[in-house]
Design a protein around this ligand. Structure first.
Ligand SMILES: Nc1nc2c(ncn2[C@@H]2O[C@H](COP(=O)(O)OP(=O)(O)OP(=O)(O)O)[C@@H](O)[C@H]2O)c(=O)[nH]1
Ligand SMILES: [Mg+2]
Length: 222
């Protein structure tokens, strides 16, 4: 009898688990974001921003939400490390791509890498949230400006080269930008300050809802 009730209890209280990838250029604020998420959602505080250095490899973290556990993988964004990202694509259920909205000099590089992520076939269909980080910085671009700079970059790229080779991230072959065009139209962009924690809860709410919805879509009809 104990086993029966224990099994029922386990079934009723079980939590679904999802993997969330945190991507973006080095210095975009990925680890600061992850540690802030831990501080806001867990009982044990995340690492203080002063103690965070460049990531070589990956950092992980997990938070528990109603009926759901989100596992985060924060991957190092330095150029030499980006070639490893695709190894995590097959198992991910959502992507948060961070852009440093206060660093205009690296926007083009950030969009190039973002474009590579978007055009990866394994990411197709996975909820993807663009986070315009460092909104606390005085010269930071707004969400709307960030969106415009991406569209501007994308138009420039497609005027100069209608067919582009797939990235070191995406694998081999060619793409025409159709997937990017589709995703760009429905792209969600949110402004955050990973340092101050503003907008972080809203970003997690977005991910939580989207992974639940995409899971429901994947379930076979009875
Ligand atoms: N002003 C401001 N600075 C931030 C914010 N988020 C991160 N930073 C700073 O940006 C720098 C880089 O932050 P990290 O979190 O290490 O960046 P990362 O994306 O993990 O970088 P890699 O590990 O090299 O890929 C640090 O000095 C952070 O304090 C933010 O919201 N506002
Ligand atoms: Mg890092």
């Amino acid at each position: 009898m104990y086993h029966l009730f224990h099994g029922l209890y386990e079934f009723l209280t079980r939590k679904e688990e999802f993997n969330v990838l945190i991507l973006g250029l080095d210095g975009a604020g990925k680890t600061t974001f992850l540690e802030n998420v831990k501080t806001q959602f867990n009982k044990v505080e995340g690492i203080h921003p002063d103690k965070i250095g460049p990531t070589v490899g990956l950092n992980t973290g997990k938070i528990t939400l109603p009926s759901t556990i989100l596992h985060f993988q924060d991957l190092g964004g330095q150029r030499a490390l980006r070639g490893l990202w695709h190894r995590y694509f097959a198992q991910c259920h959502a992507v948060a791509y961070l852009i440093d909205a206060s660093n205009r000099d690296r926007l083009d590089e950030g969009w190039m890498v973002f474009d590579d992520v978007l055009s990866s076939p394994q990411i197709s269909g996975v909820p993807l949230l663009l986070l315009a980080n460092k909104q606390d910085a005085p010269d930071s671009l707004t969400v709307e400006e960030i969106r415009e700079t991406y569209e501007d970059w994308w138009n420039r790229k497609h005027q100069s080269q209608p067919r582009t080779p797939l990235s070191p991230i995406g694998g081999t072959g060619w793409h025409t930008g159709e997937e990017e065009r589709r995703r760009m139209g429905s792209l969600d962009v949110m402004g955050i300050s990973a340092l101050q924690g503003t907008g972080v809860r809203e970003a997690i709410d977005w991910i939580y809802i989207r992974v639940q919805n995409s899971r429901k879509r994947d379930e076979p009809d009875d």
